[in-house]
Design a protein around this ligand. Structure first.
Ligand code: COA
Length: 318
């Protein structure tokens, strides 16, 4: 696999930390020092489909290919307006592609898992050019009076077009089942027929044990990245950039310190976009590429973490 084009799209509304103080007892100082987040983008009159389509079209344009040249579409997404059809099916029609589509719902680690899947499709000859998309609207599923979670998130979409090549060097994926530290229940829970009085509409917003998530993220991603570097005979300094899930500046700093890497090797967007779930790695990749910071041949490490508890990392030459 090699990456031949990237794109991203964000909602236009910029929400500052100060704006959130209208909703609950918080402060710009608390949010900045605990998370590094200064602003986030929140969807208003845009739909997630709009963002996903815009990100996909920018990636296709950057790759110099059309939607008809794509022979598989993988989309990472946890929530959108539809339970089904898949978001990838919706985007496929809107961009004019005609390939098979699949969504994966693997929370914030989803884009890294989607890249890994795309690599396997290419490697086995099932496809020759794939659109890998991540589109997320976590702000629609936060409880806007729960200050512990709602300050962290923002909406957005990112995409990469990949095709057969020799860039992908390896990956390491881990899931340690822990369904208590981070979860969100379906808005409509299946109602057991013997209990028609069950509370179908309650408990549907995000629940998180922040400290435990923090610990699992730093430990999981640091271990995976170290494993990958050792396995492939690289040292930290061989890597141009570590493209990490943008959840919290302190988590990124924790991983950087564990790896004894240079902070300059960790580009970030978390300050301006917050945590856009699985879209964050794709958006960061696109911004880094568009800023001309990545040259062909540079070594990149991608790493994501999220509910599951799931982590995933891969290493590739751009
Ligand atoms: N504004 C002001 N105060 C807040 C607050 C907010 N938005 N949210 C929580 N607090 C308060 C708490 O109530 C607590 O008060 P208390 O000491 O009086 O009980 C205090 O701040 C400290 O809370 P604590 O949870 O110990 O803070 P923390 O240093 O662990 O930071 C997180 C909280 C959520 C920022 C941090 O745990 C974190 O980043 N975790 C990872 C979350 C994440 O990345 N999730 C997504 C994974 S994909």
């Amino acid at each position: 696999m090699k990456i031949i084009g990237t794109g991203s799209a964000l909602p236009k509304l910029v929400v500052t930390n100060d704006m959130l103080t209208k909703y609950f007892d918080t402060s710009d100082e608390w949010i900045r020092t605990r998370t590094g987040i200064e602003t986030r983008r929140i969807m208003t009159d845009e739909s997630l489909k709009d963002l996903a389509v815009a990100a996909a079209q920018r990636a296709l344009e950057a790759a110099g290919v059309t939607a008809k040249d794509i022979d598989y579409l993988v989309c990472s997404n946890v929530n959108n307006n539809y339970v089904y059809p898949s978001l990838s099916s919706i985007v496929q029609g809107a961009i004019g592609a005609s390939c098979p589509c699949i969504d994966i719902r693997n929370a914030c680690a989803g884009f890294v898992y989607a890249l890994d899947m795309a690599h396997m499709y290419l490697h086995t000859g099932r496809a020759s050019r794939i659109l890998v998309l991540a589109a997320e609207e976590p702000t629609r599923f936060c409880h806007w009076e729960h200050r512990e979670t709602s300050v962290l998130f923002g909406d957005g979409a990112g995409a990469a077009v990949v095709e057969i090549g020799d860039g992908f060097l390896g990956s390491k994926m881990t899931t340690i089942s822990n369904t208590d530290v981070l979860y969100q229940r379906q808005r409509l829970e299946p109602t057991p027929f013997e209990d028609l009085s069950s509370e179908a509409y309650t408990n549907h917003t995000m629940v998180m044990q922040g400290r435990e998530v923090f610990r699992m993220a730093v430990t999981g991603c640091s271990n995976e990245i170290s494993h990958l570097l050792t396995e492939h005979g690289f040292s930290t300094s061989d890597v141009k950039y570590f493209i990490l899930h943008q959840a919290n500046m302190r988590i990124i700093n924790g991983i950087q310190q564990y790896l004894k890497a240079d902070p300059e090797q960790f580009p970030t967007t978390v300050q301006k976009y917050g945590n856009t779930s699985s879209a964050s790695v794709a958006i960061l990749l696109d911004e880094t590429v568009r800023a001309n910071k990545v040259q062909r041949g540079d070594l990149l490490v991608f790493s994501g973490f999220g509910a599951g508890f799931t982590t995933g990392s891969c290493i590739l030459r751009y």
